[in-house]
Design a protein. Structure first.
Length: 276
């Protein structure tokens, strides 16, 4: 049964020192917290670990991606329930209590609250019910029932984007249930790390790589080629336009999108990493 003592919060970070304290400050001390830091920042997280007794920190030697880092945290957990949250998510004890109260006695593999950002709310429940069954949920905050997964969690081939969509699709294909809970939590959005141009280039590259990989995984290679050929053609036209009219930033980002898509089409791994 889910309770504080049988619940671990897993947070993958990448230079998230500026927001991580706000993320974890209201998590009950009876819960366990695992942080997997993808940038090798030992100094800050060792200090944080000394301050918070229910916190374990794992420093990765390289940026291994969101999915692989989460899998590492999951495999190092001992509880039956795992709350995967982004470091730029704010969750309070009252919300945790509501979530636990709602899911007790419910048969689910994945449960997620409604996500509130500045100008929008990610929700599918419009009837004020405690929960509804859905096909997928956003990845900013996901409660997993570990016993439903048979030790198969995030696809480690995906470095960035669509990891949660892939996870939801696989668990639904197994016949398991996904629910959206009528509890709202805040997500700051794009605050998980320093936003600089190298990060933006990485996002554009991986967005296209992951889209084709995901399509190929579930629709097959040749149908995916048919779907993505017009996208590649439009990107190529945009690249020429940006070059001619000297839109330098857009040119670089478009080039990264083409590179990520082409890399995925020819079957190469998701290799691009931000140079920071």
């Amino acid at each position: 049964m889910i309770n504080y003592f049988n619940l671990t919060f897993i947070i993958v970070t990448f230079r998230s020192e500026h927001i991580i304290r706000d993320c974890i400050k209201d998590i009950p001390k009876e819960c366990k917290i695992i942080i997997v830091e993808n940038s090798g920042n030992h100094k800050f997280y060792n200090k944080l670990k000394d301050e918070i007794p229910n916190l374990k920190v794992h420093i990765m030697n390289e940026n291994c991606g969101y999915g692989k880092a989460n899998n590492f945290g999951i495999l190092n957990s001992v509880t039956d329930y795992l709350f995967i949250i982004n470091p730029d998510t704010k969750i309070y004890k009252a919300e945790i209590d509501k979530i636990i109260g709602i899911v007790k006695g419910v048969d689910f593999a994945i449960a997620a609250p409604q996500i509130v950002e500045k100008f929008k709310i990610y929700k599918q429940n419009n009837n004020n019910e405690d929960y509804v069954f859905v096909n997928e949920v956003p990845g900013m905050a996901m409660l997993l029932n570990k016993n439903k997964f048979s030790n198969s969690f995030f696809d480690e081939n995906i470095f960035l984007y669509l990891e949660e969509t892939d996870l939801c699709k696989r668990i639904k294909n197994k016949g398991e249930k996904i629910i959206e809970i009528n509890v709202k939590i805040s997500h700051l959005g794009n605050q998980s790390h320093d936003n600089n141009f190298e990060i933006e280039k990485s996002r554009n590259w991986h967005w296209m790589w992951s889209r084709f990989y995901f399509s190929k995984k579930y629709k097959g290679y040749f149908l995916s080629l048919i779907i993505f050929f017009p996208i590649l053609f439009k990107l190529s036209l945009k690249l020429v336009f940006y070059f001619i009219f000297r839109h330098n930033i857009k040119f670089v980002l478009c080039k990264k999108r083409i590179s990520g898509l082409f890399t995925s089409i020819i079957g190469n791994r998701s290799y691009y990493r931000p140079k920071i």
